[in-house]
Design a protein around this ligand. Structure first.
Ligand code: SF4
Length: 203
């Protein structure tokens, strides 16, 4: 479908990205009746890509480090971010839904940029993502199989956590005083940023 670019101003004071344009709308081959959107941000992303990639559960992202291309499989759709600022979004109802979805991602990109310029993060986070497995997480959980998180075992929870189907805050026992040591080792394993990426909101 030929079209004129549709420009949306999202964050007037955004630290890196302020606007996004829809450059192409095509039928989505993956899902009948849905569209595929090509978008372009008003900034390149190469400098923030490693930090941005670390904001998602490892099981939901595929990050090609040497090309700085990030693909996220989330909310039943695949979204790919390129270092040039181009974005491809599959399985979308209409342009408005696409903009609503991308606004949340732009917020994360701008946060990533602020962290990047303040030196609060580094390339090691993307390396870390690929090295963490379910057993590493399991070793830092209470290991009681209490099911409070809605999952039958702590090992199953670890796997769901890494696939993005569970979040850390669902393990309430981690907040209890007797598990402080476990929580400390989890924090040591993941670091603050990955803790947040995996859904930790407790203190
Ligand atoms: S709530 Fe925590 S301790 Fe209980 S089963 Fe789930 S992961 Fe294990």
């Amino acid at each position: 479908m030929e079209m004129e670019e549709l420009k949306y101003d999202i964050f007037k004071d955004g630290s890196l990205v302020k606007s996004v344009s829809i450059t192409k709308i095509q039928p989505c081959m993956a899902e009948e009746g849905r569209i595929k959107l090509a978008m372009q941000l008003d900034s390149t992303l190469d400098q923030v890509m490693p930090t941005f990639a670390s904001k998602f559960p490892p099981g939901k992202v595929n990050y090609i480090k040497h090309k700085k291309i990030l693909t996220i499989n989330i909310h039943e759709r695949v979204i790919t971010f390129f270092p040039s600022g181009k974005i491809m979004m599959m399985n979308t109802r209409d342009p408005e839904e696409g903009i609503e979805i991308i606004t949340d991602f732009i917020e994360k990109i701008n946060q990533s940029y602020l962290e990047h310029v303040s030196g609060d993060t580094g390339d090691d986070l993307s390396d870390k993502l690929s090295k963490i497995g379910p057993l590493n997480i399991y070793n830092c959980l209470p290991q009681t199989n209490c099911e409070e998180c809605g999952t039958a075992t702590c090992m199953a929870f670890s796997m769901k956590l890494l696939s993005g189907d569970s979040t850390l805050d669902q393990c309430k026992p981690l907040l209890r005083a007797e598990n402080q040591e476990k929580l400390n080792s989890l924090n040591e394993l993941l670091g603050d940023q990955l803790m947040r990426s995996l859904g930790w909101i407790g203190s």
